[in-house]
Design a protein around this ligand. Sequence first.
Ligand code: ATP
Length: 304
Amino acid sequence: MIEVKNLSKRYGDFVAVDDVSFTCKPGRVTGFLGPNGAGKSTTMRIITGLTPAGTGTATINGVAYRDIPNPATRVGVLLDASAQHAGRTGAEILRLTAMTIGAPQSRVDEALDMVSLTAEEAGRRVRNYSLGMRQRLGIANALLGDPQVLILDEPANGLDPAGIHWMRTLLRQYADRGGAVLLSSHLLHEIEIIADDLIVIGHGRIVAQGTKEELLAGTGAVVRSADDQRLGQALYTAGIPFHERQDGGFTVEQTPDVVGVVARDAGVALVELRGGDGARLEEMFLQLTQQTQREQPTFQGVQR
Ligand SMILES: Nc1ncnc2c1ncn2[C@@H]1O[C@H](COP(=O)(O)OP(=O)(O)OP(=O)(O)O)[C@@H](O)[C@H]1O
């Protein structure tokens, strides 16, 4: 189990991580979601002892990472898949890690198998690997010591949709055997596919956390009409809170049937009316992303 308590980190006047607390439980895949620069990597670097915390604590099974003897046998870490030695082959990198952490060499083939890298691919130099292959190699490296906890920074970067599904299966099986996984992503859709629990971070602060079902459930509605101005007026008059959506229409804090009645009474024809599954999370994430980017946000599966 990973426990982060009241973690903060400043760089000069800039607060990169601001009073962050969460736990990652065994048997669960926890997604750490936030736009670029939100503070995900900094938090993960603090958990893995690479960056000192300003205030607060981060422990793995009750112990700070730096105090764990032979940590790779307890915690598998992948923070930067591109940081692997480009001149070595994948197999060489794994053999070296196995030697360093005292894992049997037979574990190299097992790890390659787990990430579906073939013997031929493992024999190639890493400089010739695609980003997706580097991610697989990095995960194999993290799994070598048979750890109970995995910490992966943007592991789905460079994976195609089939690769993302493959990763979900791998991490699901790992969690089902009792492992705890913390993985970060700046893509809502990606994390929706892979994670059981979600922690959403923006500007260094946690803005939402809970199970995926809790966060995606939402009781609201998404509505689009032929006359949004009139519909907005009718919702306002009925005292129902709503927010304009980036892509037109509204996210409404009421059930679709109530919204339907308001629209009917106002004589507004609806183009779309559905339950707000994840709508609030999606909106919140869009806003966070927009605040941290100068250009229009574009990320797959959300922007239409
Ligand atoms: N060593 C450092 N010195 C100064 N600022 C830093 C340092 N490391 C990180 N930051 C800043 O802290 C903020 C959080 O960065 P971090 O890398 O944790 O974000 P992130 O959520 O992982 O983003 P990304 O998805 O882009 O990797 C950023 O604004 C970054 O510029």
